[in-house]
Design a protein around this ligand. Structure first.
Ligand SMILES: [Zn+2]
Length: 125
């Protein structure tokens, strides 16, 4: 699973960035000062986007399952990742930011993600 090789420049973040760009949105990358270091930041709208890999962020999909081997290592590690993600989303909310999480597996249907992005960025809240 981890050994599966990805094409060059086809990482999920890049796919989302291209989509945003094609929709005409401009944003900042990697706001290190915000909880969880969101991947994409729309400062004036106070909106952030996380592009999450299903494995590392423990998505509920098939790809989000921990590996069968070495479970003593993976299960708590991935559970902690998930816990930290949720905590960061809460912190952002408290600071007045809206958040959107795009999952890697969802990018198989880019038109759906595009709709989601449009909707998220169009709403003022
Ligand atoms: Zn997933």
């Amino acid at each position: 699973m981890m050994a599966r090789v990805r094409g060059v420049h086809t990482g999920p973040e890049i796919v989302v960035r291209r989509l945003l760009y094609s929709l005409g949105y401009r944003y900042r990358l990697y706001a290190g000062e915000l909880p969880g270091r969101p991947d994409i930041v729309f400062r004036s709208r106070r909106k952030v986007i996380f592009v999450n890999g299903c494995f590392w962020h423990r998505h509920s999909c098939r790809r989000g399952r921990p590996p069968k081997s070495n479970r003593k290592f993976w299960v708590p590690k991935l559970r902690n990742n998930r816990r930290r993600d949720l905590l960061n989303l809460r912190k952002l909310k408290k600071l007045g930011w809206s958040t959107l999480v795009i999952w890697e597996c969802g990018l198989k249907k880019p038109e759906r993600v595009e709709r989601e992005l449009r909707k998220y960025l169009a709403n003022s809240n």
